[in-house]
Design a protein around this ligand. Structure first.
Ligand SMILES: [Mg+2]
Length: 124
């Protein structure tokens, strides 16, 4: 996969994403359209576009990596979902780190590693 620049997951902060999306929306005067309802619906639309790429297909990771067009299209749709998610976080003035940490803690309690292991997904 091509890298656009030297930024990557190891050296970028969440505030970079929030500022980039905020600036993009600001430069186009789109704040009035980026309401919570519209953004949730936009996330769903983009998730649908991502889903459509895999509909009735059962690609392995290697098949996706070896198909440059498919890999690019999947990457673009993941980015679209993420961009709208960041815009929703901006619109609601949430702190992604805090909501992530809080929800992961809830998930650890709900799905304890003692009860859910060895591929077990449902509570007995
Ligand atoms: Mg899209």
């Amino acid at each position: 996969m091509k890298e656009n620049n030297k930024r990557n997951d190891q050296n970028i902060s969440i505030s970079f994403f929030k500022e980039e999306v905020k600036r993009f929306v600001e430069e186009r005067n789109w704040f009035e359209y980026h309401t919570p309802k519209n953004l949730v619906q936009a996330i769903n639309c983009e998730a649908g576009e991502l889903s459509q790429l895999l509909l009735f297909k059962d690609y392995t990771k290697e098949e996706i990596w070896n198909n440059e067009t498919l890999c690019t299209n999947i990457s673009d749709e993941i980015a679209d979902v993420f961009i709208y998610l960041i815009s929703l976080i901006n619109a609601l003035e949430l702190d992604l780190s805090q909501i992530f940490i809080n929800k992961m803690e809830k998930n650890r309690k709900k799905y304890s590693s003692k009860e859910f292991n060895n591929g077990i997904y449902y509570k007995k």
